[in-house]
Design a binder for this molecule. Structure first.
Ligand code: FUB
Length: 338
């Protein structure tokens, strides 16, 4: 042990970490896996990472994705099927670049794929596309969802049949360019001592293609009922919103971005407020951390990604591992390399 550590330190080599799970697919690079159970199978809606000529920058320009593939699996340890291209950037008239983290849901015989991308003015918006099959191919609407902005849409179906779209992401995700629902046209980050930027939610209309109400901010509070502050960098929202319901409570989980955790907060309604509870997943290899949480055959699973196959932050691979709730409703923190 010690001599290996010493040798690694002397040669400057990174310690090789042992992952708790293996990539689900290795023939493509995949990330941001949103998993759902449809027709008794798991369907995964991830980003499709590619190498491109785009230079690395702080806004994530090197995440230059151009299509989506959908994957399915009949069992957690079973074969993973790649259903091919589900949506291609060239078939979405309003998009200029960067198909980022998507999600999907089902209603009345139709599957809806929600995806963020930059419009012709380089502003992130959220689009929707439909298919009669969970794996697509999907046909995109000609315009993004009216009133949508920023990135990382995730759709939550409540037990009463209402659907909610959560979204938002700071830095490259541009949330800092918006105050409420107004585009500032410039960046406005909170200063030291101010509250952190908040993710957004809106109920979806009956047609699943528009917002049924004005977009609202999702409040994330500390244990004293105060909004998380900009300085709470290891706790505050950054991107990758996801909601699951467990024992009647709403769990809002998200990435803390530059501190690389998947954190969670719990509330009594889909709108929150949510109270910060802890960490679902500790940092993974690679800069980004992005997940989904789903129940399948009586167990709960965390879908996530790291960069095990490449070591490159923008060429990721999706994974799955079991997630456990304790009897008090808290989530057992997952250490991805222990
Ligand atoms: O995959 C592109 C972006 O990286 C996602 O939208 C973010 O959540 C981060 O994972």
């Amino acid at each position: 042990g010690i001599s290996l550590l010493l040798a690694a330190a002397l040669t400057g080599q990174a310690q090789k970490k042992t992952p708790i799970s293996q990539p689900l697919v290795s023939h493509l690079f995949t990330a941001d896996p949103s998993a759902h159970v449809f027709n008794g199978k798991i369907y995964i809606y991830p980003s499709h990472d590619i190498e491109s000529d785009t230079k690395r920058d702080d806004d994530g320009g090197h995440f230059d994705m151009k299509d989506y593939h959908v994957f399915s699996m009949g069992a957690i340890d079973g074969k993973v099927t790649d259903h091919g291209v589900a949506l291609d950037i060239k078939d979405v008239p309003w998009v200029s670049r960067q198909l980022w983290a998507p999600d999907a849901e089902f209603k009345n015989g139709t599957y809806y794929l929600y995806f963020p991308a930059k419009d012709k003015e380089d502003i992130f918006r959220i689009g929707v596309a439909t298919s009669k099959k969970p794996e697509g191919p999907f046909v995109a609407e000609k315009e993004p969802i009216k009133g949508s902005y920023s990135i990382d849409p995730s759709v939550f179906k409540d037990t009463n049949g209402s659907y909610y779209l959560y979204f938002g992401g700071i830095w490259g995700g541009q949330l800092q360019r918006w105050k409420g629902n107004t585009y500032l046209g410039k960046t406005d980050y909170p200063k030291k001592g101010e509250t952190a930027l908040l993710p957004r939610v809106a109920k979806l209309s009956a047609d699943m293609k528009s917002f049924a109400e004005e977009v609202k901010e999702v409040k994330i509070l500390d244990e004293n009922g105060k909004l998380l502050m900009e300085d709470d960098k290891d706790k505050r929202f950054f991107e990758a919103a996801w909601v699951h319901k467990y024992n009647g409570k709403y769990y809002f989980s998200y990435s803390t971005g530059d501190t690389h955790n998947i954190a969670y907060a719990v509330g009594d309604t889909p709108y929150g407020p949510f109270t910060y509870k802890g960490i679902v997943l500790k940092p993974v290899q690679g800069w980004t951390n992005h997940h989904s949480i789903v129940e399948f055959k009586g167990k709960w699973y965390l879908f996530y990604h790291d960069v095990q196959l490449t070591g490159k932050t923008h060429l990721r691979n999706i994974k799955v591992t079991e997630l456990k709730h304790n009897s008090d409703g808290s989530i057992q923190t997952i250490e991805p390399y222990k």
